[in-house]
Design a protein around this ligand. Structure first.
Ligand SMILES: *Cc1c(COP(=O)(O)O)cnc(C)c1O
Length: 342
């Protein structure tokens, strides 16, 4: 927690336009700290998309609250407002208290914050934005980090703004929440370090990682611009063969992943085999939606089912994407995909 940490927090807050940034040890801690600061606990329902990384949901039962799984929109891969409404009604019907909505900015694309915020407010809830993959993206010209009561992010190396180990941060405009988070990340400290006024955790960002992040933040806007160019090139070349991620005008993704959808799971398996044979690395984020996983299958979900989460899990795959991907390498990936069996 050296001087670079304080400097980084200031620069991160300035970059996205949030009033406060509180750094911490990783993106999962950031989510847990956010839930703790908002006093989420037993009897509370927290609405989480099923098609996301496990961290989004796993922090909820750690606080004693219940994650309620919500489906995604198949075009955006982010939380569906219609499904959220059904999940809220269902949670109420089984005696849970709807407290929190947690949209995830999956693959670098901001969730539909206008729609989701309206629902959140109408039901007297609060919102945490899980922007581990989307910090720096734009929604109606405004940057992620400013839409929810608290926004969290991760600096794990695979994220768009990655350090050389683990790191995370929280963003809020609330002075009260900021000072609460600052206490919670240091064992619930009071005015002095050895005066503990609440139960907290140990979640420090290393000074070394902060120093690395300061350098990477200085080139982050350029890296985001490079990702736009590569994503546009992939889209133009592949739209006739696959379902490509089209961004509407009000959205600028930061392309944490460039994710295509095949026609079926068989089609995906064939394409992945051909890419593998050509030595091109690919990944499936995520092969199994959370509501089908052993750890989560007994939690409630939208009573109409989570069809889009299941389709996405069986058909999506992600291609090489980095600001430093050369056009030659990208053309090679495109070339293999264009001749892949359809
Ligand atoms: C990576 C990730 C996290 C967790 O971040 P860590 O720094 O790995 O703990 C949380 N949510 C989403 C959506 C993520 O992609």
């Amino acid at each position: 927690m050296g001087p670079e940490v304080v400097e980084l927090e200031q620069q991160l807050a300035d970059f996205c336009g949030a009033k406060h940034c509180i750094s911490c040890a990783n993106g999962t801690d950031a989510l847990q700290l956010a839930l703790m600061a908002l006093g989420i606990g037993s009897g509370d329902a927290v609405f989480v998309p099923s098609f996301t990384f496990a961290a989004s949901a796993e922090v909820v039962p750690l606080t004693g609250a219940i994650p309620v799984f919500v489906d995604i929109d198949i075009e955006s891969y982010t939380m569906s407002g219609d499904s959220l409404l059904r999940a809220i009604a269902y949670a109420k019907s089984v005696g849970l208290r709807p407290r929190l909505v947690m949209p995830v900015d999956l693959f670098g694309r901001p969730a539909e914050y206008n729609t989701l915020s309206e629902i959140t407010i109408a039901h007297g809830m609060t919102m945490i934005g899980d922007s581990a993959q989307g910090w720096g993206a734009l929604y109606n010209g405004q940057m992620t980090g400013t839409f929810a009561e608290i926004t969290t992010t991760s600096f794990f190396p695979a994220k768009p703004l990655g350090c050389y180990g683990d790191g995370g941060a929280l963003f809020t405009d609330s002075d009260e929440l900021a000072s609460l988070l600052d206490s919670l990340r240091v064992h619930g400290k009071g005015d002095e370090k050895y005066d503990n006024v609440r139960i907290g955790v140990n979640s420090r960002l290393d000074t070394l990682q902060a120093a690395i992040l300061l350098e990477k933040l200085a080139i982050y806007a350029d890296e985001i611009a490079a990702r736009q160019r590569l994503a546009a090139r992939y889209n133009a070349a592949l739209a006739s063969t696959f379902i490509v991620p089209e961004m509407p005008n009000h959205i600028m993704s930061i392309w944490a992943q460039y994710t295509l959808r095949a026609q079926s799971s068989e089609h995906r398996a064939q394409v992945l085999n051909q890419l593998k044979a050509a030595g091109i690395p690919t990944a499936i984020y995520y092969p199994k939606p959370l509501h089908e996983q052993t750890a989560f299958q007994n939690f409630p979900s939208d009573p109409m089912g989570l069809k889009h989460s299941e389709i996405a899990a069986s058909c999506v795959f992600s291609l090489p994407m980095s600001p430093y991907l050369t056009l030659e390498d990208q053309d090679q990936v495109i070339g293999v995909l264009k001749t892949a069996v359809v």
